[in-house]
Design a protein around this ligand. Structure first.
Ligand SMILES: CC(C)(COP(=O)(O)OP(=O)(O)OC[C@H]1O[C@@H](n2cnc3c(N)ncnc32)[C@H](O)[C@@H]1OP(=O)(O)O)[C@@H](O)C(=O)NCCC(=O)NCCS
Length: 176
């Protein structure tokens, strides 16, 4: 864990981030997103999203990437500062490579992000949406002090309106 380097993402990280994102959706969302989308479409979808996000980052966006010493991408987090007037900054994506899960990297990425957001956001809150069916991730967030405050339906067309839960930390410094 100590030899993992975490740094802000740059344009050149887009292909690796897209590939990890697609792989993570494929294994974690196998029973959540449609089989058609996961077998055909998810790679191009994620490539388009990440090439756009990292070539033209918005002022409120930040993305951190974690690499091992051999240059393999092990995880990433994407946040939007002050995204919501009620719930505060948004963690839009947090993914750790399957072989590295459970070793503390997800917690480190989330706490690092909270440390960056704490002094720069004007809203103290932090929130994210997690699929109700993603029970392992939900347990991870609640263990770190997040509280489910709201239920909704996923806007991802491949999710067929499956239930998502909003997880909230009223004060990002709780995590920092
Ligand atoms: C959720 C996730 C980011 C957590 O990162 P991590 O590095 O595995 O987590 P840590 O090692 O810091 O903490 C371990 C915790 O994560 C949970 N966890 C979630 N998914 C896990 C998985 N597939 N394997 C192992 N642990 C997992 C464990 O249950 C553990 O919580 P617990 O101690 O309360 O049981 C990571 O497991 C992941 O990328 N999962 C797949 C993608 C995903 O669900 N992303 C979140 C979308 S909202």
């Amino acid at each position: 864990m100590n030899d993992i380097m975490i740094r802000p993402a740059i344009d050149q990280d887009a292909p690796a981030v897209a590939s990890l994102h697609a792989a993570s959706w494929r294994d974690t969302y196998a029973n959540i997103l449609s089989a058609d989308f996961l077998s055909d479409g998810v790679d191009a979808d994620r490539r388009a999203v990440w090439s756009q996000r990292l070539s033209a980052p918005t002022a409120d966006q930040f993305v951190n990437v974690a690499y091992d010493p051999d240059g393999r991408l092990l995880g990433f987090i994407c946040c939007y500062r002050d995204a919501d007037p009620v719930w505060g900054s948004l963690v839009d994506n947090l993914h750790v490579a399957a072989a590295t899960r459970g070793s503390g990297l997800g917690e480190r990425l989330l706490r690092d992000a909270a440390r960056l957001l704490a002094p720069s956001a004007s809203h103290s809150g932090l929130h994210l949406w997690v699929f109700e069916a993603n029970t392992a991730a939900l347990r991870f967030y609640t263990r770190l002090g997040g509280r489910v405050v709201e239920t909704g339906s996923s806007e991802n067309p491949a999710a067929g309106g499956k239930t998502v839960l909003r997880v909230h930390w009223p004060d990002v410094t709780q995590l920092a």
